[in-house]
Every structure is written in structure tokens, then in C-alpha cells.
Write a protein that binds this ligand. Sequence first.
Ligand SMILES: Nc1ncnc2c1ncn2[C@@H]1O[C@H](COP(=O)(O)OP(=O)(O)OP(=O)(O)O)[C@@H](O)[C@H]1O
Ligand SMILES: [Mg+2]
Length: 573
Amino acid sequence: MKKLFVYLKGSRLQCVLAPMFKMFEAILELFVPLVVASIIDKGIGNSDENYIIKMCAVLILLGAVGLAFSITAQYFSAKASTAFTKRLRHALFSHIGRLSHENLDKTGTSTLITRMTSDMDSVQNGLNLTLRLLLRSPFVVIGAMIMAFTVDAKSAITFVVVIPALSVVVFGIMFFCIPLYKKVRNALDKVLCTARESLTGARVIRAFCKEDEQIEEFKERNDALTAIQEYAGRISALMNPLTCVIINIGIAVLIYVGAIRVETGIITQGAVVALYNYMSQILVELVKFANLIISITKSVACAGRISSVLDLETEDGNKGNSHIDENSENIVEFKNVSFAYSGSGENSLENISFSVKKGETVGIIGSTGSGKTTLINLIPAYYKATSGQVLVGGSDVNDIPLEELREKIAVVPQKSVLFKGTVRSNMLWGNPEATDDEINFALSLAQASDFIAEKRGLDTPVEQGGRNFSGGQRQRLAVARALIKKADILILDDSSSALDYATDAAMRRAIAENQGNKAVFIVSQRTSSIMHADKIIVLDDGIASVGTHKELLENNAVYREIHLSQFDGEESA
Ligand SMILES: Nc1ncnc2c1ncn2[C@@H]1O[C@H](COP(=O)(O)OP(=O)(O)OP(=O)(O)O)[C@@H](O)[C@H]1O
Ligand SMILES: [Mg+2]
């Protein structure tokens, strides 16, 4: 938590000026009751019209200068708090961008988005309020009490009783409400979770006719939220009547004592009015202070959550001094690699060894959940092997600077991800310098030319996540983007799962014809996609068998079974 304070650097001056101007404003405010008192005593008492006008002008001046101070304070606090959250948001965004895959898995996207948005807003608000009010409110309460004592010490004794009584009510209600507000927040999270699921899964919900259940669940969660909000609302609504009762009793006592003292000539009528005004000021500030503490509590909780994301481990970008040796015998080598996801007891990969030379094609096959994606994720060091070594260009991937390693690898992930922009802008991710001809060539290899030509060519817009393309079209665009990268290692993770057999075969043929020195990893559920590979890795619950199509057909029951189950129904490419 404390380390968030470094993001205040650069706004230190504003952080001093904002409360300072707010204090100036408060000091002026404390003089207002005295001026009013003198208008009553001297102006009205002596029917001195000039004096009244003069003092009214003083009141207006006090108000105007106070307003200027207040606006200045607001300016500085807004500047400091927005600059602070800008820096913090930037730091959080770049930290999230570098989070290790384990931590990304653990934290989840929606949590991270909440940290970046609503938590960040709450911290900004909290800081803004703190800068303006944290010092001001106690200052006015204490200041008003001291002023009351200077006006008339005996009458001011009422304050000594009223202020603690008011504090008990205000802070008692506040402390009671803080845990309630936490419950409100949790209930709100649940409502939002149902809403989000309903929106993202609308089609599935309709397909399974689960609308009524979804509505029912939403209603339950919404009712729970309303109930807790109403309860919190009722308790906090007690604040006003209770404080009014106390303050009115205080005022009655004040006026009573004051009246007797006015009668005996000890104090003036104006002094009683001043005391009354100080009492009101104290009430207003105590209520403000209580609300401030509630806001600060919320903000501190949000800041804690942001800080916990910043504490998560990131990928180590500059790992070691090893480099990829272009001339090493094997471009990729696994040596007795085992891997278990953190938090999961069992290994997803078990003692895997194989090597791949430049220009070779490796097929990876196995049933769902057998560890195919896990295996290829170790090559770009998305995850670290639990034991054993993964080597690229003769060096351990954990010792190669990440940028150097990933420059050599082009990955088409199992779930194709495109970004908002155009087809061209997405393709340039692979190589920012690629010409239109190069892009068109890659698109033609990925069998994507036809459907792109039917739209607006390279200028075809791409919506967020590529939702204006079909699953198979997205896959082909993702393949083209990877081909443009011209990396030494190309990894296709089930990248033709949504393609028909003919297109899949055409794409593989085109990639093979232009493979050159590249090592290509093809993950697939179909034997037809990988049977011509130089090497095939069959995964069965994390255990690998390596061989060629022919060898595996003879020696490997799992491979034979997969192949035979598909052979009849498929064109063998
Ligand atoms: N991020 C993760 N955290 C924990 N366990 C995981 C994670 N990803 C995968 N697993 C587990 O590891 C095992 C292998 O998963 P993997 O994604 O590698 O399978 P796969 O062979 O690619 O399957 P598919 O053909 O469905 O893509 C599975 O048992 C899965 O539950
Ligand atoms: Mg997979």
C-alpha cells in the first residue's frame, strides 16, 4: 500500500497547496459569525446604517475571498489526484502487460479491469477529498470551539457537552455503516457478475432456454443488494434526526444561558447569535468528516486491491546472458521436461524429451486436455518448466532475454485474438514494416485472400476481438499474422480446427511449400493434419511418445486409435 505514495511524486506541491488553501478558507469562515455579531450589536443596536453596509461588504468580501481560496484548493487537489491516478493507471497497465502467465491465470480478466477502472476512480475520489477535507473539518470544529470560548467561555461550555455527543452519534453510525457498505459492494459485485454472464452468454442462455433461471438469479441478487442498501440507508438516515435533536437541545440551552447573560448585561445579543452559528458550523463539519472517513475507507480498500496487483510477479524480461545460436544443431529441444500448473497437484506434462531441427515439421496430437497447448506454451517461455530444460537455439529459454526469444517465435494461439482496427493494422503486428504485397502473400498462404477480397481488402475493418469475422476466418487471419512475422519457429495451436478439410489441407500445403528453414509445430486433433510431419508427438495425459506416422501407427495404440477413428470419414491430405 505504502508504495503507492511514490505516484504522488511530481504532485507534492499541489498536495501541500490544496489543504493550505482550504485552511485559509476555513479561517475566513470562522470570522463570519463575529462579523454578524458586530452587525447585530453595533449596527442594528445603534441603528448605524453605514456600519451595517460596511460590515455587509466585509461579509461579501469574506465570502468572495473564501470562494477563491476554495476554488484554488479544488484546482490543486483535482490536479494532484488526477495526475496521481494517471501515473498509477499507467504503472498498473504496464505491470498487467508484463504479468507472468501464472498470475494472469490466477487473477482473471474481469478482476483486472475492475482494478483499472472503478477501483482507480474510487482512489482518485478519496485522494481528492482527503486533500481538501481531512485537515479542514477537524480544524473548523476545533477552531469554532475556540472562537466560541473567546466569545463567552461560560456559554461555550455547552459546546463541550454537545460536541462529544454529536461525535458519538456521527461516528457511531459511521462505524456501523462501514461494514454494511462493504456488504453492499459485495452484493453489487454479484449483480454485476450475473449481468456480465447474461450478456456475454446470451446466445447460450437462449439455446438452453435458461432465460427464466437467469432472470430469477438476477432478481435474487438484485433483491439482496436492495435489502442491504435499504438497511444501510435506514441506519445512515438516523444521522440527521439524531444530530438535529442534539444540536437543537444544545441551541436551546445556549439561547437560554445566553438570554440570562444578555439580560444581566454580561454578553450581547450578537454574541449569542455568533455562538449559535459556531454550533451550526461544527455540526456541518462533523457530518462532512464522517462522510469523508467513509469515502477514505472505501478508497483505502480499493488502493489495497490495486497494490496487491502491483505486488504480483511479472515476467522477467531480461533474463540472462544466453543467446539463440542460429547454427546450433537443434532449434528446439526438450530435455526431460515436466510441468505442473501452480496450484494443481499433478503434472500436466511428464518427463518429455525430443528435439527439432531447422526446417522440420512437428505434429502434436492427443485428446483434449492431454497437454498439447501446455507443451507449446513452454517454448516461448510463457510458463517455466517445473523440471528439465527447454532449449531454443541451444540455450535454456529461461536464460534468453524474452524479447530475443519471442522475436524468433510466431505463435497462432488456440483461441484466435484480433484487435480493433483494420485487417492491415492487425497484420502489421507480425511485422510493422511489411508491405501490402507481403501481407497479401501471407493472406494467400493462410487461405484468407478470398473472403478479404470480398470485403474491403486490407482496409476491411476489424471489430473488437474480431467479432465481425467467423471463427474460421479469424483463425486464418491469425495464421497470416504469424506468417508475416518471418520467425524461425512457427507454432500453430489447433489453428485449423474451424476450417473444412480442404481449406485446412490447402493451408498446410501452402505453408509447407514456403517453410524454408522454419521449424513448424502443428497442434491438431486430426491425424490428417500432421501425418506428413517429420516428427509426431502423441500426448496421452501429459506423457509423450515421439515417432513418424508410420512408426506410431505400428507402435502406439493411442495414435492408431485416433487415426482409425478419423480415417474413414476424412480426406487424407
Ligand atoms: N491455466 C491453467 N491452469 C491450470 N491448469 C491448466 C491450465 N491450462 C490447462 N490446464 C490443465 O492442463 C492440462 C492440459 O491442458 P492443455 O490446455 O495443455 O490441453 P490441450 O491438449 O491443449 O487440450 P485441447 O485439445 O482441449 O486444447 C488439462 O488437464 C488442463 O485442465
Ligand atoms: Mg489446447
